[in-house]
Design a protein around this ligand. Structure first.
Ligand code: C2E
Ligand code: MG
Ligand code: MG
Length: 457
């Protein structure tokens, strides 16, 4: 086995190995091994320990690679392995099992004993295929399989399949088109009102990115937001949405929406942006928006994926005076002790709970979330309200606010209907649910003038 450091050397080795495969039995596997959350490891244990881990990982991996194989470091925390497999295609899973077993025991560094997990992507080629594939394609296949493994969470293994490459190509096209759309200012922002369940008034507006492609038509944020995150375009996209939203808040300041809170989504990657806080401060200053009238939403899974980082960034944002919300709450795995320490004002209850609120168990969970939020001094917003029965149940469960197609669709700024919703004038359908069976909730603490977010004491 030879150890190298560069991608070029690795590509040369793959070229050679593919050539040799034409006249030999078995198959060839390229494996990309990425250390999960290496940056967190560096932050927690320091760069020296990080370096020690990298050496140890290279050392352990080299055991797997035969003398004719190769191991190369191809990224800060990523290694590429070239391995010969004896049975065609069959043994890559066994190989990955062996690799994973290498990390069953912790790595002993000078200061700490560190456990790591890895994500592995593999591409396998047999003798019949060896003439029809070029080395760079094979290397890219292993890389994209590894990216797919990382996307699926920690400790994952993905073996390359054609569909992954097709997805990668389509993601690449989406990225190119999104880049052009951002450059040419072709992204729009729509706003979805958030309604106070007691008064029926609009108390907030969630800014949602919209992309209408000239030939593809409307592209869903579910498609382009992940592409923006992976490609790094999310910083630019986030800035476009933030600036549009704050500019719009300024235009609305003299209308009945003047006291509503403008809500903007932040993605995982934006939390890592060292300029995030200054970007937000600049937007608030430029459009003369009171910080308390801007709310930033971060999904529960993002918050919990790196609590230390989230705590630091949320603390910095809170110092600006903005309101903070946890989005899609209930879908992740929140640690209650962390939740208590996060400077968050609002819990947005995920749509899935609202959809199944007719189910007694889900109603009990929803009530527990609402009570938990209130006990922690937070306000609750139910997401995805689509019918009147859901409004009635949420009201009975003492949920504070709601958002959903029943109340108002996300629309362009000039299409917002500013009038309050008169719940009493729209008799509910279905069985009545009363608040009698639910525990009393302490009165909310003092809050923003429209009651959107309590000020935590
Ligand atoms: P989210 O932040 O949870 O936004 C709410 C989503 O639910 C929106 O989807 C909205 O159109 C949809 N929705 C609202 N009411 C209902 C309803 O009654 N029923 C159903 N089925 N859906 C409803 P959208 O606009 O497709 O956005 C999806 C997600 O994309 C957002 O979820 C958010 O995570 C992300 N996103 C959208 N715009 C941005 C942005 O500017 N920046 C970032 N980082 N993420 C964004
Ligand atoms: Mg949101
Ligand atoms: Mg949400």
């Amino acid at each position: 086995m030879r150890a190298g450091t560069s991608r070029d050397e690795f590509a040369d080795a793959v070229t050679q190995a593919l050539f040799s495969l034409r006249t030999s039995e078995g198959s060839l596997a390229i494996l990309n091994v990425d250390i999960d959350r290496f940056s967190t490891l560096n932050d927690t244990h320091g760069f020296d320990a990080g370096d020690e881990v990298l050496f140890a990982v290279a050392d352990r991996l080299s055991v797997i690679v035969s003398p004719a194989g190769r191991i190369s470091r191809v990224g800060p925390d990523e290694f590429a392995l070239l391995c010969k497999l004896d049975a065609p295609n069959g043994t890559v899973t066994e190989l990955v099992d062996r690799i994973n077993r290498l990390f069953n025991r912790p790595i002993e560094t000078a200061r700490a004993s560190i456990r790591i997990t890895i994500s592995v992507g593999a591409a396998v080629v047999n003798r019949d295929q060896s003439a029809g594939i070029d080395p760079m394609t094979l290397i890219r296949q292993a890389e994209s399989a590894m990216q797919e493994a990382r996307r699926s969470g920690r400790s994952q293994f993905v073996n390359y399949e054609q569909s992954i490459m097709e997805q990668a190509v389509s993601r690449y096209r989406t990225e190119q088109e999104l880049r052009a759309a951002l450059q040419n200012d072709k992204l729009d922002v729509h706003y979805q009102p958030i309604i106070n369940l007691h008064s029926g008034a609009i108390v907030g507006l969630e800014a949602l990115a919209r992309w209408n492609h000239p030939s593809w038509g409307t592209v869903s944020p579910g498609v382009f937001i992940p592409v923006a995150e992976e490609s790094g375009l999310i910083d630019q996209l986030g800035d476009v949405v933030l600036r549009n939203a704050t500019a719009q808040a300024q235009r609305w300041s003299t209308t009945p929406l003047g006291q509503s809170v403008m809500t903007v989504n932040l993605s995982n990657r934006q939390l890592l942006d060292p300029h995030l806080i200054s970007r937000i401060r600049d937007a608030l200053d430029e459009y003369e928006i009171e910080p308390g009238l801007l709310c930033l939403e971060i999904t529960e899974s993002v918050v919990m994926s790196d609590v230390a980082l989230s705590m630091a960034v949320l603390g910095g944002l809170k110092d600006l005076g903005v309101c903070l919300a946890i989005d899609d709450f209930g879908t992740g795995y929140s640690s209650l002790s962390y939740l208590r320490r996060l400077p968050v004002d609002i819990l947005k209850i995920d749509r899935s709970f609202v959809q199944s609120i007719y189910n007694r168990d889900d109603r009990i969970i929803t009530k527990a979330i609402i009570d938990l939020a209130h006990t922690l001094g937070m306000t609750t917003v139910a997401e995805g309200v689509e019918n009147r029965l859901q409004v009635e149940v949420l009201h009975a469960l003492e949920c504070d606010m709601a958002q959903g197609f029943l109340l108002h669709h996300p629309v362009a700024a000039d299409e917002i209907d500013m009038s309050s919703i008169d719940f009493s004038a729209t008799p509910m359908q279905g069985p009545r649910v009363t608040a009698a069976s639910v525990a009393p909730v302490p009165p909310p603490s003092a809050g923003a003038s429209n009651g959107y977010a309590p000020i935590r004491t």
